[in-house]
Design a protein around this ligand. Structure first.
Ligand code: 5GP
Length: 192
C-alpha cells in the first residue's frame, strides 16, 4: 500500500481500541493501518517501563518515571490508565479529545483493563481483540522478540486472563492466523 492509495475513513467511526496480547502482531497491524488511512490518529501511550531495543521516546511510547506518571493520574491527564505486568501505561485524554474534534479516527492499542475504561467513557468506541492462533505460536513470537523466560511466563499468564475478557466484553474478536487477512478484517470493521 502506498501513501497515494490512502483513503479517508467515514466520520462516524470514532474511537477504535485494539487489544492484542503480547506476541500477536500488534505493531505490524498498526503500521499497516497508518499506511492505509490518512485520517487515523494513533495514540502514543505513556509508560513507566524502560524502552526496548529499537524503541524511541515519543514514537513508540512516552517513557516517564513512576513519580511523573502518578502526578499525571492526579492531574486527570489520562482517559484511562492501568498497571500491566509491573508497569503503568496510560492514554492522554487531550489526545483523544483533540483528534475527535478534528474528525479523526482515534486508534488506541491498549490492554483490556484500559479498553473497558474507554468503553465506559466513550460508549461508541469499538473494541477489537486480536488473538494468537495458539499459545505455542504466541510463545514463539515472544521468544523471537528476545523476551526473558520469566517475562514470557508472565505474559502468557496475563494473556489467558485477557483472552477471557476479549471473549466476553469485546465487540469483535479476530484470530490472527494470517496477518494480511486480519488487517483486511480490521479495515472492514473500521469502515463500517
Ligand atoms: P508492551 O510493554 O509489550 O509494549 O505492552 C504491554 C501491554 O500494555 C500491551 O497489552 C499493551 O497493549 C498495553 N498498553 C500499551 N499502552 C497502553 C495504555 O496506554 N493503556 C493501557 N491500559 N494499556 C496499554
Amino acid at each position: 500500500m502506498t501513501s497515494k492509495q490512502k483513503v479517508k475513513l467515514p466520520r462516524k467511526s470514532k474511537i477504535v481500541v485494539l487489544s492484542a496480547p503480547s506476541g500477536t502482531g500488534k505493531t505490524t497491524i498498526v503500521n499497516e493501518l497508518k499506511k492505509k488511512f490518512d485520517n487515523i490518529a494513533v495514540s502514543i501511550s505513556y509508560t513507566t517501563r524502560q524502552p526496548r531495543q529499537g524503541e524511541t521516546d515519543g514514537i513508540d511510547y512516552y517513557f516517564i518515571d513512576e513519580e511523573q506518571f502518578k502526578k499525571k493520574i492526579e492531574q486527570g491527564f489520562f482517559a484511562e490508565w492501568a498497571r500491566v505486568y509491573d508497569y503503568y501505561y496510560g492514554t492522554s485524554k487531550s489526545f483523544i479529545e483533540e483528534n475527535l474534534k478534528k474528525n479523526k479516527v482515534v486508534l488506541l492499542t491498549i490492554d483490556t483493563q484500559g479498553a473497558l475504561q474507554i468503553k465506559k467513557k466513550y460508549p461508541k468506541a469499538v473494541l477489537i481483540g486480536i488473538l494468537p492462533p495458539s499459545i505455542k505460536e504466541q510463545e514463539n513470537r515472544l521468544k523471537k522478540r528476545g523476551e526473558t523466560p520469566e517475562n514470557i511466563r508472565k505474559r502468557l499468564k496475563a494473556s489467558s486472563i485477557e483472552r477471557k475478557i476479549l471473549m466476553e466484553k469485546y465487540d469483535y474478536r479476530l484470530i490472527n492466523r494470517d496477518l494480511e487477512k486480519t488487517i483486511k478484517r480490521i479495515i472492514s470493521i473500521i469502515e463500517k
